[in-house]
Design a protein around this ligand. Structure first.
Ligand SMILES: Nc1nc2c(ncn2[C@@H]2O[C@H](COP(=O)(O)OP(=O)(O)OP(=O)(O)O)[C@@H](O)[C@H]2O)c(=O)[nH]1
Ligand SMILES: [Mg+2]
Length: 287
């Protein structure tokens, strides 16, 4: 039987197998530790839904409504992103309402609702959130339907939406198979105001303005005398929707596996309220 000193001696004597075991422990330990942490964090970080849209459209108001079940009396223009954890359910009992999400009945899916600042100077905050898309399940793009009839509102609103859609399109074109596509809800808010455009008009106004932006972006290209068939794939990649089409429609985004819905509602009043939006979000989060 080996004595204690013999064992110690064997361990202390450098030998190839021992060195290999040592290297495995030193390199493998942290690696395993990392894998364990990484896999567990994917369970603890819930999916998120991004609230985008220009300033004054009602994003913070909507988030507060979902969080507290009550409409905030006053909001300030947001300067930072802010998220709250909510529970969504698609059970018929709790169907279409965020007011009873605390009910213990049925199954719930946790998700993060991320509010972003809408001001043009802080747009990078929102786009930064969008760029880290691993956990983004859906995008809610909020617009002020009551002010959308005015040129000074529709122009910046559509310009922002253009950037968001082009980002999603590029992401879809270059994505690996494991990345799910991100659906977009255009939430036409402030339907309680008499100047509010109905959802169909919000849709057509935005499509018209997006067509205009797209045309002006490609104008330099066309002016230079290059035919539409002569341009390289780089230019095609920068084109929103169906390449070469005259008019942009949201339906063209289906080509990139991006679904866009336009739903009308209001944060401030019970009717039409925000239930439709909540139901849309719940289906995307749970599904
Ligand atoms: N009439 C009416 N007013 C609303 C509605 N929703 C929000 N508002 C008002 O619109 C204003 C702007 O709302 P916010 O929620 O602060 O807008 P926001 O999108 O967070 O704006 P930023 O933080 O600047 O990006 C507030 O005065 C709200 O009270 C609505 O459904 N109807
Ligand atoms: Mg805000």
């Amino acid at each position: 039987m080996a004595t204690f000193t013999e064992i110690v001696e064997a361990i202390m004597t450098p030998s190839i197998p021992l060195v290999i075991i040592g290297i495995i422990i030193i390199l493998g330990g942290p690696l395993i530790f990392h894998l364990v942490l990484a896999s567990s964090s994917s369970y603890t970080v819930p999916p998120s839904v991004l609230l985008l849209g220009p300033d004054n459209s009602g994003k913070t108001s909507l988030m507060t409504l979902f969080e507290r079940g009550a409409n905030p009396s006053k909001t300030h223009t947001s300067q930072i992103a802010h998220s709250v954890e909510l529970n969504a359910s698609t059970d018929s009992a709790t169907k279409a309402s965020f007011r009873n999400f605390d009910d213990a009945t049925g199954t719930h899916t946790k998700f993060l609702l991320v509010d972003t600042p809408g001001h043009g100077k802080l747009r990078n905050v929102a786009m930064g959130k969008l760029a880290r898309t691993e956990k983004v399940k859906a995008v809610v793009f909020m617009v002020d339907a009551a002010a959308l009839g005015e040129q000074e509102t529709i122009a910046p609103t559509a310009a922002y939406l253009y950037d968001v859609l082009l980002f999603l399109q590029k992401r879809a074109s270059s994505k690996g198979k494991d990345k799910a596509s991100i659906p977009v809800l255009i939430a036409a808010n402030k339907m309680d105001l008499f100047t509010a455009l109905p959802a169909t008009m919000v849709k057509s106004h935005l499509e018209m303005e997006l067509s205009r932006i797209r045309a002006s972006k490609s104008k330099g290209l066309l002016d230079s005398g290059v035919g539409i068939d002569d341009v390289g794939s780089e230019e095609q990649d920068g084109w929103l929707g169906e390449y070469g089409s005259e008019k942009f429609t949201f339906q063209q985004m289906n080509e990139f596996d991006i679904d866009i819905d336009v739903l009308a509602g209001s944060v401030s009043t019970e009717e039409p309220g925000a239930d439709k939006w909540w139901w849309w979000i719940a289906q995307r989060v749970v599904g």
